[in-house]
Design a protein around this ligand. Structure first.
Ligand code: FAD
Ligand code: DHB
Length: 399
């Protein structure tokens, strides 16, 4: 098989990249390890930045999103049993969108299939050769056979557990990482949201987050120890803990319960691989970096990366100029580190230190009080949360 751009991974990064390239007349083949049913059911992110939605809309990917999304103009920070609203739109001029990542992935798969160009499921990449030549090859398995995909360029969009990062020779890259001493237990519940907006709660028993997917489905998260097992968290324990951590003095407020449809535990980590390129291999999204989920940024960063990559490849195919390919990694990493800092900061402010250090707790409370009483502090928070504009240095004409 031969194509212009070999895309490994059909998550948001790989699928959006395939679409942006198609609009520029650049051909690609997308290889995905899992089945279609698996990726369309994988419950993950829910918050889309304004810039992400605009990019999807400008490129014809937002028809269902625009019909079904929930638009939020603010969020709530809850501590000491009192809620404090942050007016995101008032402070930062932009709103956020709630729309499940798996719904977006369904839309992206449909858009890809409509182009008639290849998207192979159950086709794991196993390795690469010739990455430092003009004709790199992706080795993969499909229908029980070992196969090769030859391309001009390889886009490694295969997430944190993919193989692409291993394509970067150790001596050419540095990986910086930071582990957090807690994880998130996430549940999807058949219960109407108990608030119109997201609630980020700081509580002495640990962080909790109230989010949603639709007017009848709630998405909730609890801080748990990093080694927590699902077996230790029966549904009654999850609801009791959520009720405790989300409790407030307002007697009119109650957390609506309901059957738990899905649950899972995810660790919180920060990892950045630099540079995001070796020869003809370009990493994008979680393959290159992950952020702790608190800032709701991972999916948005993945889309930001591929918008830069698509513009760079567009320039290269159109004129042979390598300038944007050469600046790809640096351009992406400026945004990655801003987001990494914001996500670390928000995580550190809201999670209970397992060692129970009273100094840390006093600093967290002070930070929350400042954030909810100073317009300057709230504006900085809001600007980062709704998302900084997508980078210049690319052409903004996504088509
Ligand atoms: P992925 O979505 O991981 O896609 C990679 C794809 O590559 C997968 O389909 C995988 O099966 C495939 N693959 C792997 N290995 C191979 C291989 N060898 N060959 C072929 N294919 C392969 N982000 C936000 O922006 N907002 C949020 O609100 C948010 N909340 C989150 C909540 C949770 C609980 C979690 C876990 C994550 C959250 N994130 C959030 C992060 C977000 O889900 C990820 O950052 C996002 O999925 C990254 O997209 P991606 O395309 O880079 O990687
Ligand atoms: C969701 C996930 C997040 O990580 C976050 O910060 C906010 C909302 C969600 O899944 O809805």
């Amino acid at each position: 098989m031969r194509t212009q751009v070999a895309i490994v991974g059909a998550g948001p990064a790989g699928l959006v990249l395939a679409h942006l390239l198609h609009l520029r007349g650049i051909d690609s083949v997308v290889l995905e390890r899992q089945t279609r049913a698996h990726v369309e059911r994988r419950i993950r992110a829910g918050v889309l930045e304004h810039g992400t939605v605009e990019l999807l809309r400008d490129t014809g990917l937002a028809d269902r999103l625009d019909r079904e999304r929930m638009v939020h103009h603010g969020l709530e920070l809850l501590f000491d049993r009192a809620g404090h609203r942050v007016d995101l739109t008032g402070l930062a001029g932009r709103e956020i969108t709630i729309y499940g990542q798996h719904e977006l992935v369904k839309d992206l798969i449909a858009a890809r299939l409509a182009t008639g160009r290849p998207l192979l499921f159950a086709a794991p990449a196993t390795g690469f050769s010739g990455l430092d030549t003009a004709s790199p090859v992706v080795h993969f398995v499909h229908e029980g056979r070992e196969r090769e995909l030859r391309a001009d360029v390889v886009a490694g969009c295969d997430g944190f557990h993919g193989v692409s990062r291993q394509g970067l020779p150790g001596h050419t890259v540095s990986t910086v990482s930071h582990d957090y001493p807690y994880a998130w237990l996430g549940v999807l519940a058949d219960a109407p949201p108990s608030s119109e907006e997201l609630i980020y709660a700081y509580h002495e028993r640990g962080f909790a987050l109230h989010s949603m997917r639709t007017p009848t489905i709630t998405r909730l998260y609890l801080q748990v120890p990093p080694d927590a097992q699902l077996a230790g968290w029966p549904d009654e324990r999850i609801w009791a803990e959520l009720r405790t951590r989300l409790a407030r003095d307002d007697p009119a407020w109650q957390l609506a319960g309901g059957p738990i449809l899905e649950k899972g535990i995810t660790g919180l980590r920060s990892v950045v691989t630099e540079p995001m390129r070796f020869g003809r291999l370009f990493l994008a999204g979680d393959a290159a970096h992950i952020v702790p989920a608190t800032g709701a940024k991972g999916l948005n960063l993945a889309v930001a990366d591929v918008s830069v990559l698509a513009a760079a490849l567009g320039q290269w195919y159109a004129s042979g100029a390598e300038r944007l390919l050469d600046t790809y990694s640096g351009t992406c990493l400026r945004r990655v580190w801003r987001v990494q800092h914001f996500s670390w900061w928000m995580t550190s402010m809201l999670h209970r230190d397992p060692a129970g250090d009273p100094f840390t707790a006093a600093l967290q409370r002070s930070q929350l009080q400042y954030l909810t009483s100073s317009t300057a502090a709230a504006t900085s928070f809001a600007e980062n949360y709704v998302g900084l504009p997508l980078e210049g240095g690319t052409d903004h004409d996504h088509a």
